[in-house]
Design a protein around this ligand. Structure first.
Ligand SMILES: Cc1cc2nc3c(=O)[nH]c(=O)nc-3n(C[C@H](O)[C@H](O)[C@H](O)COP(=O)(O)O)c2cc1C
Length: 369
């Protein structure tokens, strides 16, 4: 019997070879939203390391929905063609399946890249624009106030997300994930701290979930029925009066009715004052809660770095999949190394087989494996 971490999992018509995913990670290196050779390096490297699923970074549906002017986009034919080139290479040579995380940053843009401080850029400054959000509530007291979105704008935004889904399909992605966490636009609708609307999109939990659910339904209808679609959420704002794990469970139940295939359960990001108790696997209890209370398959993420830790999470039913962000950057071959540690078999691309531990003595005669 292989270890639970290396048991395949089926999501609709997609079978993932194991439970390891590479978490979406912004690269802040696109040109007018277009992926380039850096993305080929980054995603190419990840797609060779044995993880079953590699998520492309938060990719935004409109220029105004970016965090920085160098964030990835999926609003133009040029964006689509650039990403298709990258994903085509990854699929030709790599072993992973590929997922696209589709997003809008809302009030969390525009900023300088994190490496330059992640500071807000005022609308009248170079690289600035007026952010749009559910309500005219800034991310922090000293940040620019976003423009509250009209109902007509919400309708056109649905169209932008749906168009990005069509582009994901033409590119050949295996899976799509809606980014509804980390304080970005969809999360801003969910949390009462960022959503102070008085129409049917704000107030009660039902109203705060309305736009995220309408969005999911519209995107799901535009995506092939044999391909999975999930959502990344922040299960808590870690703030008094904010979004809660209990509300996340309610959201998961509503998403299940709309054909959501998994919930990717993260936390935080809505308010910079939040105090987050970082520790290995600190977000696993949120995934466990959603999985146990709703039956929805979950992915956990956050300070999972060790093969035994990852295997235990899956074996004990706390999550169906584990995503690694920085851990995958640190060790893009994590899945290979985890398979060795757990006595399991990982995926190798044909051109990489020469380094498989079982074959090394033949490739290097007389050398111990
Ligand atoms: C450089 C970097 C970029 C990130 N970009 C995204 C992103 O585009 N979308 C997202 O949902 N999370 C993003 N995250 C969060 C990661 O996906 C992940 O949830 C987080 O880093 C915790 O996992 P880890 O401890 O394995 O790194 C990013 C994290 C890093 C380090």
């Amino acid at each position: 019997m292989t270890s639970p971490l290396f048991a395949p999992i089926a999501l609709r018509g997609l079978t993932l070879a194991n439970r390891i995913a590479v978490s979406p990670m912004c690269q802040y290196n696109s040109d007018d939203g277009c992926a380039n050779d850096w993305h080929l390096m980054h995603l190419g490297s990840m797609s060779l390391g044995g993880a079953a699923l590699v998520m492309t970074e938060m990719t935004n549906v409109t220029p105004r929905g970016r965090i920085t002017s160098r964030c990835a986009g999926m609003w133009s034919d040029a964006n689509e063609a650039a990403m298709k080139r990258v994903i085509d290479f990854c699929r030709r040579y790599g072993v992973a399946k590929h997922g696209l995380q589709i997003a809008h940053a809302g009030r969390k843009g525009p900023t300088t890249p994190p490496a330059q401080g992640g500071k807000p850029i005022r609308p009248d400054e170079e690289g600035g624009w007026i952010a749009e959000a559910p309500s005219a509530v800034p991310f922090a007291a000293d940040w620019p106030v976003p423009e509250a979105m009209s109902k007509a704008r919400l309708q056109s935004l649905l169209g932008e997300f749906v168009a990005a889904v069509g582009r994901a399909e033409r590119i050949g992605y295996d899976l799509v994930e809606v980014h509804a966490g980390h304080g970005y636009l969809v999360h801003q609708f969910l949390s009462p701290l960022s959503n102070t609307r008085t129409d049917e999109y704000g107030g009660s939990l039902e109203n705060r979930m309305r736009f995220p659910l309408e969005l999911f339904a519209a995107m799901r209808a535009a995506w092939p029925s044999d391909k999975p679609m999930g959502m990344r959420v922040s299960a808590t704002d870690w703030m008094e009066g904010g979004w809660t794990p209990e509300e996340t469970v309610v959201l998961a139940r509503e998403l299940a009715k709309l054909g959501c295939d998994y919930l990717d359960v993260s936390s935080g990001g809505l308010d910079p004052r939040a105090k987050i108790p970082l520790a290995p696997g600190y977000q696993v209890p949120f995934s466990e809660k959603v999985r146990k209370e709703t039956g929805m398959p979950t992915m956990t993420v956050g300070l999972v770095t060790d093969p035994a830790q990852a295997n235990d999470i899956v074996a004990s039913g706390k999550a169906d999949m584990v995503a690694l962000g920085r851990g995958a950057m640190w060790d893009p071959r994590f899945a290979w190394h985890a398979a060795e540690a757990l006595g399991a078999e990982a995926q190798y691309a044909p051109k990489m087989m020469a380094c498989h531990p079982k074959l090394r003595p033949q490739v290097f005669p007389g050398r111990a494996s």
